[in-house]
Write a protein that binds this ligand. Structure first.
Ligand SMILES: Cc1ncc(COP(=O)(O)O)c(C=O)c1O
Length: 496
């Protein structure tokens, strides 16, 4: 039997206290089956001696596990693993795990985190599965199978199923983007789009401009290529153009990555003036611009938002459209609208990555668009998300203490919060996690992972009840950080 403790590593200079590190690693061991149901944990003194920590550290870690029902203590016998009741729930973003492992900058390794099944997850941007249009999709899939039989399971043309590219081109044309099927590359999710662009265009040491803060998955792809990030602060109406110009003129970046509407994580939108000015600047600096559009349709104030691709006269914008957040992320289906000059190399990179996106699902999505089901579903999702958005804002306004600041983004899936000055969002994350509430600390969205008073709350996967139960928990911890004895470690008294 392998030693379940051998991989435990505790770092004294880690921003998480030792007991939290130990708790999370033991939890990992339980959820991954390294520590099995019913197995007795090493006695406290022995484990403490072995790991070179105080017994109190082990007691506190065990206590966190006990609160989550992952272990139970028997007087005089010891502590035992009790894994039932927990699932390894995939969270969209890099969430929790990032903040425990950020020290190692191990982003790719931390795209998912085990959380207790009954946790309230304000960290994920993934819609709850009960919103997925499963019944409509079943009918559509059967129609595809009846129509195309075995064809649906063959290798698909790497650029994508042609009728689908035509449907998407007309959808985008209705949205104001001038395009045709020949310039669309079907991709297996926006993340793949960012990744193949990074692989095709970047070399080790190249500079890439991103907004600051930005989407973690994009940072991971740029880092993987060995690129250096120029993180330029966001303002209320988009990136700070002066700072961008001053930095870019020195470093000559090849590429820039932005989210024009309802940015992840801040929710901010570019004004039309700034969209156009940014494009002009990209022209001047001879820089390609990746425009990642996952959220434009999710506007809750009735205003239609525009995208930069609409103004792109000289084919400089690589536009990525994903429907993951509105339809079903597991379809792994998105679209990349590429400048003519770049299309061949992007097509090669896509082919190298996975040959093609599932032909069956492309055919199904094509019918879904053609039969108008997409429009109906979009309207349904907007209604549901708008309700959650309003509940969340209301709950936050009611519960959050003075000094905590946030804007109403009027769309998208998240709200960006500035805690009171001096707050550590990493510590707030830990404190909430112990109460089974998961938030996304701001450190996840900066290339250097610095801790700050900022955090992101998403309502994508939450019911009204989750929101009204979860927000007061976060508020309570925010209040505790206001008090003089604000270190969350002081909430736990040792059992010994
Ligand atoms: C801004 C942004 N881009 C891309 C993605 C990845 O989306 P997809 O599921 O289409 O790969 C996400 C997921 O959260 C995102 O927030």
């Amino acid at each position: 039997v392998s030693d379940p403790y051998v991989s435990i590593q505790l770092e004294r200079r880690h921003p998480l206290p030792l007991y939290q590190q130990l708790y999370l690693q033991l939890k990992d061991a339980i959820l991954s089956g390294k520590l099995q149901n019913g197995q007795k944990l090493d006695p406290i003194r022995r484990l403490a001696a072995r790991l070179g920590v105080n017994t109190v550290t082990v007691v506190q870690a065990f206590r966190c596990l006990e609160r989550e029902g992952l272990v139970y203590a028997q007087v005089g016998r010891g502590t035992f693993v009790a894994s039932p009741g927990l699932n390894s729930v995939r969270t969209n973003t890099r969430v929790a795990a990032d903040s425990t492992r950020e020290i190692k900058h191990d982003r790719l390794d931390s795209l998912q985190v085990p959380i207790a099944a009954e946790s309230i997850n304000f960290a994920t941007l993934t819609p709850a599965a009960d919103l997925f249009p499963v019944d409509d999709f079943r009918i559509i899939l059967n129609q595809v199978l009846d129509r195309d039989r075995g064809q649906a399971f063959g290798y698909q043309e790497s650029q994508g199923y042609y009728p689908l590219r035509c449907s998407v081109a007309s959808y985008l044309a209705r949205e104001g983007i001038d395009c045709h099927a020949e310039s669309i590359q079907v991709i297996s999710g926006a993340q793949q789009g960012i990744d193949i662009i990074a692989r095709s265009l970047l070399q080790r040491g190249d500079y890439v401009v991103t907004e600051s803060p930005t989407y973690t998955g994009a940072l991971a792809s740029f880092h993987t290529q060995g690129a250096r990030i120029l993180a330029v602060p966001l303002q209320a109406d988009g990136i700070n153009l002066e700072t961008l110009y001053l930095q870019a003129i020195k470093q000559r970046p090849k590429l820039m990555y932005v989210m024009t509407n309802f940015q992840n994580p801040t929710g901010s939108c570019y004004s039309i003036e700034k969209q156009q000015a940014l494009l002009e600047l990209c022209r001047k600096l001879d820089m390609y611009l990746i425009e990642d559009d996952s959220f434009t349709e999710l506007s809750y104030d009735g205003r239609e938002r525009r995208v930069i691709k609409e103004w792109d006269q000289d084919d400089r914008v690589i536009y990525i459209k994903s429907f993951s957040k509105i339809l079903m992320p597991g379809l792994r289906l998105a679209f990349l609208l590429a400048p003519q000059k770049l299309l061949p190399q992007l097509m090669t990179a896509k082919h190298t990555a996975d040959i093609s996106t599932s032909g069956l699902l492309q055919r199904a999505f094509d019918l879904y668009l053609r039969q108008g089901l997409w429009k109906t579903h979009l309207a349904y999702m907007k209604k549901r998300y708008r309700g959650r958005y309003q509940n969340m804002l209301e709950a936050m306004r009611l519960s959050f203490p003075a000094g905590v600041d946030f804007q109403a983004p009027q769309g998208g899936l998240c709200i960006w919060v500035q805690g009171q000055p001096g707050l550590s969002a990493n510590r707030l994350y830990e404190a909430c996690l112990a109460d089974k509430v998961v938030i996304a600390p701001g450190s996840l969205f900066y290339p250097d992972n610095h801790d700050s008073n900022q955090f992101r709350l998403s309502f994508a996967a939450l019911t009204e009840a989750d929101i009204s139960n979860g927000i007061p928990v976060i508020a309570r911890h925010l209040n505790m950080f206001n008090s003089p004895n604000s270190d969350p470690r002081h909430q736990y008294s040792p059992l010994l």
